[in-house]
Design a protein around this ligand. Structure first.
Ligand SMILES: Cc1cc2nc3c(=O)[nH]c(=O)nc-3n(C[C@H](O)[C@H](O)[C@H](O)COP(=O)(O)O)c2cc1C
Length: 309
């Protein structure tokens, strides 16, 4: 069984990954947050900075592409394979952001299986790397899925990762496990399961119900950074030194974020939406943290939180 770190744009970029993998185990592979296709005939190092090999040696990385232009797709893939040495690329057919959906990108392309077909027909012979796909069960209804699966079945994909929501759900509501169960027989390729595995018990209930070989974890790794290790060790118990390890990790993450971002405090506040749960902050403390404006105030509040029993 493999565990793959999900792409979370704005969260799991290389600065986070470098720190996370210095402190925690359990993850076998990473899918990097999407790289958007843009028109043009040159790929710059800036465009692919998140997946440059020199900062990605700890855990194997799969770059992900978001877009719907086959020429641009092929151009980017050639750079990823020929210049950076990647052997697999993932195509994002799941992103639910309105502006992206409107342009028939991400989950916005799912109601148009013929468009997926036309793109794959050009992309597959044009690239010299494996292609995998990450998708939802549809944009507006799970009924869209069977036609998409029929198209995908005609192509030599490495695997498909299914996040069993539909696009209009965004990240809310339940994962649609009954629909997923109905759709599985339509899929020929190996399936990686993704969605709402936020605790060891969530993992066990998916594992017991389905027979997936591999799992992708996203927000669960933020709600509990030890989750991949716990899944691999088959335990629902945190390690005895969890608090001390979390503090070491967090301290390094904050330092790295301060160095890499001008607005580091707002980024740390986003991380705390999840770490607040791990540290059992409670609503009032969480709100206090979000309202902080000055660096001094931030330093003293975070120190207080980390020092609390
Ligand atoms: C803030 C955020 C950013 C995301 N960015 C990406 C992305 O770049 N590519 C992608 O395929 N999915 C992206 N996703 C979706 C996640 O990879 C994953 O499919 C989703 O969060 C469900 O899994 P989880 O419950 O384990 O988090 C993002 C999700 C969130 C919340």
């Amino acid at each position: 069984m493999h565990l793959i770190l999900a792409p979370l744009h704005g969260f799991t970029e290389v600065t986070f990954r470098e720190v996370y993998f210095r402190h925690f185990g359990g993850i076998d592979k990473v899918m990097a947050p999407f790289i958007s296709l843009t028109h043009g005939d040159k790929i710059t190092a800036l465009k692919v900075k998140d997946v440059l090999p020199e900062r990605n040696a700890q855990v194997p990385v799969i770059p992900q592409v978001l877009g719907n232009d086959s020429d641009d797709f092929i151009l980017l893939c050639r750079f990823l394979s020929d210049e950076l040495g990647y052997k697999e690329v993932n195509w994002n057919l799941g992103c639910p952001i309105n502006g992206i959906v409107r342009k028939k990108r991400g989950s916005g392309i799912l109601p148009f299986p013929e468009m997926i077909d036309q793109l794959l027909e050009k992309i597959i012979p044009g690239i010299s790397m494996d292609l995998s796909i990450k998708l939802r069960l549809g944009l507006k209804t799970t009924e869209e899925f069977t036609a998409v699966a029929e198209v995908l079945n005609n192509y030599p994909l490495k695997n498909i990762t299914i996040h069993p929501r539909i696009g209009i759900q965004q990240y809310e509501g339940n994962v649609l496990l009954d629909d997923l169960e109905r759709m599985i027989p339509y899929v020929k390729h190996p399936i990686i399961y993704n969605g709402d595995i936020h605790s060891f018990d969530d993992y066990v209930s998916i594992r017991n119900r389905f027979s997936f070989g591999d799992f992708m974890l996203g927000r669960g790794v933020f709600y509990n950074p030890f989750l991949p290790e716990m899944i691999k060790a088959e335990t629902q118990v945190l390690p005895a030194d969890a608090k001390a390890r979390f503090i070491n990790f967090y301290t390094e993450l904050e330092t790295a974020t301060r160095h890499s971002r001008k607005f580091w405090m707002s980024k740390m506040k986003e991380y705390w939406k999840y770490y607040g749960t791990f540290m059992k902050l409670g609503d009032e403390r969480q709100l206090q943290l979000f309202r902080v404006k000055s660096e001094d105030e931030w330093n003293s509040l975070v120190s207080e939180i980390l020092a609390s029993p």
